[in-house]
Design a protein around this ligand. Sequence first.
Ligand code: ADP
Length: 507
Amino acid sequence: MAIIKAMNPATGELMANIEETKIEQIHKLYADSRKAFASWSQLSIKERIGYLKQLKSVIVLEMDDIAKVIVNDTGKVPTEAITADIMPTIDALDQTIKHAEKLLAPKKVKTPIFLFGKKSLVEYMPRGVVLVISPWNYPLQLALVPVISALVSGNTVILKPSEVTPTVGKCMEELFKKANFPHGVVQVAHGGKEVGAKLTEEKPDYIFFTGSVQTGKIIQEVAAKQLIPTTLELGGKDPFIVFADANMERAAKAAVWAAFTNSGQVCMSAERIFVERTIFNKFLEIVKKETESLIQDRSKEADIGSMTFPDQKEIVKRQVRAALCEGAQLITGEHPDDWDESMFIKPLILTNITADMEIFREETFGPVLPMIPFDTEEEVINLANQSEYGLNASIFTSNMKKGRRVARKLISGAVVLNDVIVSVANHYLPFGGTKQSGIGRYHGEHGLTIFCHEKAIVVDRGKRMRELQWYPYKGTYEQFLRLFQSYFSDKRNWAVFLKTYLKLLKK
Ligand code: ADP
């Protein structure tokens, strides 16, 4: 039996051995899920919300214990486990509980004149079995938000959490058990990429994936073969722009937080800090001071914890070393040659960055803050857009007109003015990326409707014997010509339209 070793990255301790889902079990997971779908999809939304309420109560009650599991599995600091992973999950649950019924209710839409006498509606029909594959950086939120959205919409779910944070995966499985979800409605498959790959091949009705661009593309390829719809939430290389007229103190604190939160292992972290040249040195001074005052250890007071995934530490090491070899300057932090064996990386500030460096182009899942000067608005827009990614962006300025103008020109799934990352925290906003940052949107209304077939309903009371456009066509061409020309011409001719319409009706 294959075992996943759950290691605490901050201490190197083995915490648990978690049994991997066997490849041969996956077929049965789907069979159980499809069986459960038959009854789960027939429940009213109110009844499904009842289960979500139970889940919310369990999470609120066990918040402290869940935070400990997250901290031990990821190496992140306790404050971030609770503010950035657990809270957004409960908030999403709360919003879903409050709004799902209305959002998923049939919606009446307009009916055009040529369909006179009919009523049109959109109804939301669950898709079936939804496969959610989630990552390790926010292991609770990035798994549970899509899971609860799929569930409330009437789907059953198979969740494959990241093998890098397997105890959070186990913990989520327990939470659903404690919330008394019916058998087969939510199942958790534990394991790595083989388990993930097998799950995608078993023809789920929808795949919701959060992770790397590389894996996203593999999944999209498998999905394409079976025409399985997907949402892909992938990486980012987010620009953070500071104009000279910005509140500099605020912008500097924001940059430090946005670059180092979760040790920079955030798809929406600030990865390229563009600062107007006239304030560059002053800004650098504040950012350096702020960075050097951060506490990095395993205490409850800590600001920065350890890295989660050893492989990522090596990537960060390679990128930073390459940048330094190519002329970047290390302002604070340690040279990669001096890093110890632990999973802690001291936050780094780099200057003298050029657009051809890997650290400018590739996503850096680590505590690195590269600063780049710019002279003009046009130049910084070009620099910011010079990326394969387009997830989020920040603009700091006291000129709101300029801020909005620049925001419009950034090719990005979201833009935040005078703040960072927070667009993800507003569940009413769509979340998702442009370019290599992904396909599709979730959260709020999108988060529910993506898991449904939007079914178009047209209702006719069936009293009339025939419709205008039905057979026979004999003698109707000229009349239709007159009807459409009278209706669609710049100056609508109602008299001709009505006369022709009645004539066609009588034919
Ligand atoms: P990271 O490198 O940040 O861990 P990945 O994209 O590799 O990101 O992993 C995200 C999730 O995708 C994890 O749950 C992982 O097990 C899963 N995964 C990795 N490879 C595949 C694959 N080929 N098919 C399906 N899931 C996969």
